[in-house]
Ligand binder design. Structure first.
Ligand code: MSP
Length: 672
């Protein structure tokens, strides 16, 4: 019998910038789903890739002084490296600038044109470049901003080909009604339904005001709308329209994982294009929520993006994978905080799971010379009959029942992409196994010298740890692999998840377990270190300037580095009036200042600046003073507060002295 198939996709990521945890989130979720299904008998194909055409990328490249292809080539390697770092096991990484993709998109465009679904017209309306999205007057948010990202829109007027989206309105609604799982979660489906019911306009599917894209095959002046281009990659990556058999094999079993912001493209435009081309629709589009950082949207301008590479360097890929999927239901928004992240590593991974494997392995090491004990014949015989087993070995019988229940819970949760529920179920099983060890008291049994009973307890506890590891393996593959090696077993490909129980290890294998799976993280030390790094960055001191030396061409390091005057003038050193000051909680060095720059930084709002001057000044000493600030330093989070600049101060080794200006100097005056 052939295996059931599953095709999972991530969005095609834009290459204007490097990835943050939001991008990593989708890709990890897809990887976990694929690993789980592979383990339980599916033939799985996981595709990811990059969206490299369009105005957004062209403008980003221009701003960096690069050709768009160059920018794409640079950023793509970063995505590929990141997926390796996070242990993403994908089968295809496609780029929209690949020749095969380009040809396929042109063929698709042609086929929609040939069947009368595409016609020439003129687009006149609004366009959001960051979202690559067209908007009508009535759709715009207050203040004429993009309703999706709240950024400014452009007015666009240009020749354009249109797709007859309106024609598919009823067919789309019918499909959504007939296939309740097509759009998940349910609340998102309702949003889409009301959007369609409010009436679909035909969609502009080509642009003529720039050139960075796939040319319309029969009209070279036009490039294909970047969303049509990128969405098509879901089928071109499977070899649609070529003799490659992947499309026939996997398409239709497809689950598209996307963020909530790009739901409309995937559930209205994409299915309508497919209907026009006569291609079956994907099985499901699941829209997950968004990550914020300390309650704020991650953004370049705020400089508060969390870089997944840094997290992996500090905590390991498995901790990142676990945290992102455990914290909230997949459809909900969530907030990233280092405190919560570290506490999950310490509680869930180190204390509960790592400690369980470790304590059992230590006892096997101590009492059985590192060789896994077999079940005693009394225990093994009793296990043949559930009733007898329940009577004679109630603790172990309970453990078996729990395993069945856990496997059912995990399976049901993975069916609905409820990753956090799956992890909750596995964690309950781990807690129960720890309790089993506590109740069975192997250390007492050891002092009584009952080696049969001791062997039974350790065998059962080790098997329970192993089963927990198997269930966890899609989430924490690196650690799970380590455990399998140390226990001398493999992670099986099973016919289905219920076979897990039958896959117990008997005994006799050498256990070489001697490692801390998840060492505890000292949260205070870590946060202080982050705070300290950031504090140094936000308090420019005289000592920093004099110790900052550079290697000269002669290779000496004793010359003070010079900067060109142009470089120097990139820093906006401004007079700022401190209008409020408070101590940063739990910090001996930091004050949080509210600073008036008189609108010189493009906003009338006061800037929040964290300054490491608390040892010299009480908050009230500073209020009302006008002092020097570097006002355009990239915002940095310090002890949980986003600092939007840096105070200038002289450091005499023990204290800092701010550079106070005459009270008559207007806030925002430039110092040069
Ligand atoms: N290129 C389009 C997708 C085309 S798919 C045919 C695009 N790219 S993107 O790089 O901007 O975004 C990719 C994904 O990242 C989207 O699903 C988006 O929702 C997700 N995220 C971006 N920021 C996010 C968070 N802060 N949190 C969670 N996911 C977020 O859109």
């Amino acid at each position: 019998m052939s295996k059931p198939t599953l095709h999972v996709t991530t969005p095609m990521y834009y290459v204007n910038d490097i990835a943050h945890i939001g991008h990593a989130y989708t890709t990890i979720a897809g990887d976990v789903l694929c690993r789980y299904r592979r383990m339980t008998g599916y033939d799985v194909f996981y595709t990811t890739g990059t969206d490299e055409h369009g105005q957004k990328i062209a403008e980003a490249a221009e701003a960096k002084g690069l050709a768009p292809q160059q920018l794409a080539d640079n950023v793509v390697t970063k995505f590929v490296d990141l997926w390796d770092t996070l242990n993403i096991d994908y089968q295809s990484f496609s780029r929209t600038t690949n020749d095969g993709h380009k040809t396929s998109v042109q063929n698709e465009f042609q086929s929609m044109f040939d069947n009368g679904d595409i016609y020439l017209g003129k687009y006149s309306g609004y366009y959001c470049v960051p979202c690559e999205s067209f908007w009508t007057d009535t759709q715009l948010g207050e203040g004429e901003v993009c309703p999706s990202c709240n950024r400014g829109v452009k007015i666009v007027e240009e020749d354009s080909y249109f797709f007859r989206l309106s024609k598919y309105q009823d067919k789309l609604l019918q499909h959504i009604k007939d296939n309740p799982n097509f759009i998940q979660p349910e609340a998102r489906r309702n949003e889409v339904v009301s959007f369609i019911e409010s009436g679909l306009n035909d969609l502009s599917v080509s642009r003529t005001s720039f050139d960075w894209g796939i040319h319309v095959p029969f009209d070279n002046k036009h490039v294909v709308y970047v969303w049509l281009d990128a969405l098509s990659s879901y089928i071109t990556a499977l070899g649609y329209g070529t003799p490659d058999g992947h499309f026939q094999k996997y398409w239709g079993s497809t689950i598209h994982l996307v963020g909530k912001d790009i739901l409309r493209f995937h559930t209205i435009y994409w299915p309508a294009f497919l209907m026009s081309m006569g291609v079956e629709l994907p099985k499901q589009v699941f829209a997950h929520g968004w990550w914020t950082v300390e309650g704020q949207k991650m953004s370049k301008s705020l400089g508060n993006s969390i870089n997944p590479v840094e997290l992996v360097n500090d905590f390991g890929a498995d901790a990142v994978r676990y945290f992102l999927l455990q914290t909230m239901p997949f459809g909900n928004d969530g907030n990233f905080s280092y405190e919560v992240f570290i506490s999950k590593i310490n509680h869930d991974l180190s204390n509960d799971y790592g400690n369980l494997v470790n304590r059992v392995a230590q006892m096997v090491h101590k009492h059985f010379n590192s060789v896994m004990p077999h079940l005693s014949s009394t225990h093994a015989d009793a296990r043949e009959n559930p009733e007898t087993y329940k009577k004679l070995f109630p603790l172990e019988h309970h453990l078996d029942e729990l395993l069945d229940q856990t496997v059912r819970t995990v399976d049901a949760a993975m069916d609905t992409l409820s990753f956090n529920e799956a992890l909750k179920g596995i964690r309950a099983y781990i807690t129960a196994t720890n309790k089993y060890v506590d109740s069975a008291k192997p250390w007492t049994v050891a002092t009584e010298g009952d080696m049969d009973r001791l062997g039974d307890i350790l065998n059962r506890a080790m098997n329970a740890s192993l089963l927990a590891t198997r269930l966890l393996s899609p989430f924490i593959p690196e650690t799970a692999d380590k455990v399998f090696v140390l226990l001398g077993v493999e992670n099986p490909r099973l016919a289905n998840s219920h076979k897990l129980k039958a896959d117990m290890i008997g005994g006799g294998q050498k256990i070489t377990f001697n490692t801390q799976l998840f060492p505890k993280v000292d949260a205070k030390a870590y946060l202080d270190k982050r705070g300290a790094t950031a504090t140094t960055a936000t308090t420019a001191t005289a000592s920093t300037a004099t110790t900052s030396t550079a290697t000269t061409t002669e290779g000496t390091t004793d010359a003070v580095a010079t900067v060109g005057i142009d470089e120097f003038f990139k820093t906006q050193i401004l007079a700022g009036k401190i209008v409020a000051a408070t101590a940063v909680p739990k910090s001996s060095k930091l004050l949080q200042l509210s600073v008036d720059f008189g609108g010189a930084m493009g906003t009338s709002e006061n800037a929040t600046i964290v300054a490491g001057v608390k040892k010299t000044y009480a908050p009230e000493d500073l209020v009302g003073k006008t002092v020097a600030f570097a006002a355009n330093i990239k915002p940095t989070k310090i002890m949980g507060v986003l600092s939007q600049g840096m105070i200038l101060a002289v450091d005499n080794g023990t204290r800092h002295f701010v550079m106070e200006l005459d009270a008559s100097v207007a806030p925002g005056t430039r110092i040069k």
